[in-house]
Design a protein around this ligand. Structure first.
Ligand code: 13P
Length: 249
């Protein structure tokens, strides 16, 4: 059985005062689903203190090296030391803003695993790629090249985030989500074996809200969500956590 995961990506949002939102999420986080918040790096340590166990905390990126002359970067070990247990890698905003390619993501993934972090690896196609019917090729390529050997159900979560659905209010149909999630499950089973392939959790991300969560969580091989805007406030995120708890039965 895969434990459902409601993950929030705060992106470049949040000051110390924002951590009071975690209190508002704490009660819902005691349910059957796991709840994860990935605040900006400046808040990881304080968030880990404030979350007091019910909510897991993660980073939004890490460097591929353990330490060294990389001004402005944060290593996986630093995130772990600050209280993180997860790190998001390969988000499309990192791929675009920082020119991160699958090979970079793969190196970061290895570093995260060495530090003992669980990776939430993001994949997703652009609108042009979907319109050219290249979605599955793109996702297959990203999975093959971004994920190093050695994945397990504990160290890897994959998030399918179509770029055109992020922050736009546009959501793929449930058939489109199901097609990609079934494809990702099959690819993971083929490469890592059925046991591991079936144990990796697959999240959907892109304009998830309380109003569409139930429908998305009913799709096959959707084990939760990676939520941006609607994870910033407890009032928006709690209904998503509750919908996931309900889907877990
Ligand atoms: P939104 O939920 O704001 O569309 O963002 C999704 C996302 O990019 C999460 O990583």
């Amino acid at each position: 059985m895969r434990t459902k995961l409601a993950a929030g990506n705060w992106k470049m949002n949040g000051l110390k005062a924002s951590l009071s939102e975690l209190e508002g999420m704490a009660e819902a986080a005691k349910g059957v689903s796991e709840v994860l918040i990935c605040p900006p790096a400046t808040l990881v340590a304080a968030a880990a203190d404030a979350a007091s166990g019910d909510i897991a905390i993660g980073g939004q990126d890490c460097h591929a090296s353990e330490s060294g002359a990389h001004t402005g970067d944060v290593s996986a070990g630093m995130l772990k030391d600050a209280g993180a247990s997860y790190v998001i890698l390969g988000h499309s905003e990192r791929r675009t803003d920082h020119d991160e390619h699958n090979e970079h993501v793969r190196a970061k993934c290895k570093a995260a695993w060495e530090a003992g972090l669980t990776v939430v690896l993001c994949v997703g196609e652009s609108l042009a790629e979907r319109e050219a019917s290249n979605t599955l090729d793109i996702i297959g390529g990203q999975l093959a090249t971004s994920v190093p050997d050695g994945a397990t159900g504990h160290n890897l979560v994959v998030a399918y985030e179509p770029i055109w659905a992020i922050g736009t209010g546009k959501v793929p149909t449930t058939d489109q989500i199901g097609e990609v999630h079934d494809f990702m499950r099959a690819r993971l089973e083929k490469r890592f074996g059925a046991g591991v392939g079936r144990s990796v959790r697959l999240l959907y991300g892109g304009s998830v809200k309380g109003s569409n969560a139930e429908e998305i969580f009913a799709v096959s091989n959707v084990d939760g969500a990676l939520v941006g805007g609607a994870s910033l406030k407890a009032a928006d995120f709690v209904p998503i956590i509750e919908a996931l708890n309900a889907a877990a039965g």
